[in-house]
Design a protein around this ligand. Structure first.
Ligand code: AKB
Length: 314
């Protein structure tokens, strides 16, 4: 039976991953942790502890208290916030990761942490970006992600920690809002479509980035963690994606369900610079071949679900 500790459990991925894992493995088997507490389901529906990932002693203490055998380390700054605070981003993203890896080593726990399309840079092939390719990111977030992938590989080779990871594209969800990412526009657009029937995008027309709906992202994490280790050649970190889209593609998909939906642009140069340095579309064939990655939601299927769920809630 798995006993899983999640850091950053109240973030965009964590809020849904915690509930999904509790559904599969049992509520008491999933220990949610975050730097702050709220009254969400992730806090009230099972064990929750307040933990700052920068505090390795507290992290170890909580992991030992619950005798965890799996650590899912999600606490991190996203690309735009990291770019605005690069020194702090290095400390939190790398320090937190190191502390979580050390905890996994001490407890001989399996380990997951997400990487990102942000690990690629302007010299990476932009279309169907291969699994193994040039990685020279120009953002602090990207530097953290490449270093993080290598560090997780190192913990496997040097200490035998069963580390695994995914290079996530922009994740679209209707539960917790993302914060400080470059791809956040692709979530905001749905909220504004339902609330106001229009949206002003900070990402320019014609800017393609990979995206994936949260249910597919959760399934990918679970499938990778359950995958037969002997089949994994890459471990950290697999390209995964469900669609390569630009703002106008999402707008066209929304307009089929929200007649008259209006998309305008007011480009934010800081986030546009980040988006322009990332691939247009990545190739997820290594993930499919090594552990059977597949996705269920394409753009229109995701749009239908997003609009239905947001209409019920807002
Ligand atoms: C971000 O935009 O920073 C994230 C990511 C793609 O890693 N959503």
């Amino acid at each position: 039976m798995k006993r899983i500790l999640i850091t950053g459990a109240l973030g965009q991925i964590g809020s849904e991953l915690t509930l999904k894992l509790r559904e599969i493995y049992g509520a008491d088997q999933v220990i949610a942790t975050d730097i702050k507490k709220n009254d969400s389901e992730a806090v009230v529906g099972g064990p929750f502890e307040t933990v700052d990932v920068m505090d390795v002693n507290k992290l170890m203490e909580i992991a030992k208290k619950y005798k965890v055998d799996t650590i899912m380390h999600l606490a991190a700054l996203l690309s735009a916030t990291a770019e605005a605070n690069p020194i702090f981003a290095w400390k939190l993203n790398m320090g937190g990761l190191m502390n979580a890896l050390e905890t996994a080593r001490e407890l001989k726990a399996q380990f997951f942490t997400p990487s990102s399309i942000g690990a690629f840079g302007p010299s990476t092939p932009k279309i169907h970006t291969p699994q193994d390719t040039i990685m020279r990111p120009i953002t602090m977030y990207g530097v953290n992600k490449v270093a993080g992938e290598l560090l997780a590989d190192y913990y496997y080779y040097k200490f035998g920690v069963d580390t695994r990871g995914l290079r996530f594209p922009g994740l679209i969800s209707n539960v917790a809002l993302p914060g400080g990412g470059t791809t956040d526009y692709a979530v905001e657009i749905y909220y504004e479509a339902v609330k106001k029937g229009k949206y002003t995008s900070y990402i320019a027309e014609g800017t393609y980035m990979d995206m994936m709906y949260m249910p597919d992202a959760l399934r990918a994490i679970i499938d990778l963690m359950e995958a037969d280790a002997s089949k994994l050649k890459h471990r950290n970190s697999f390209n995964v994606t469900a669609m390569s889209i630009a703002p106008e593609d999402i707008a066209a998909s929304i307009a089929m369900l929200v007649p008259g939906f209006e998309l305008n642009y007011k480009v934010d140069p800081a986030r546009q610079r980040i988006a322009d340095s990332w691939p247009d579309s990545i190739d997820a064939s290594a993930a499919s071949e090594e552990w059977g990655f597949k996705y269920k939601y394409d753009l229109d299927k995701m749009t239908k679900d997003m609009i239905e769920k947001l209409r019920e809630r807002l």
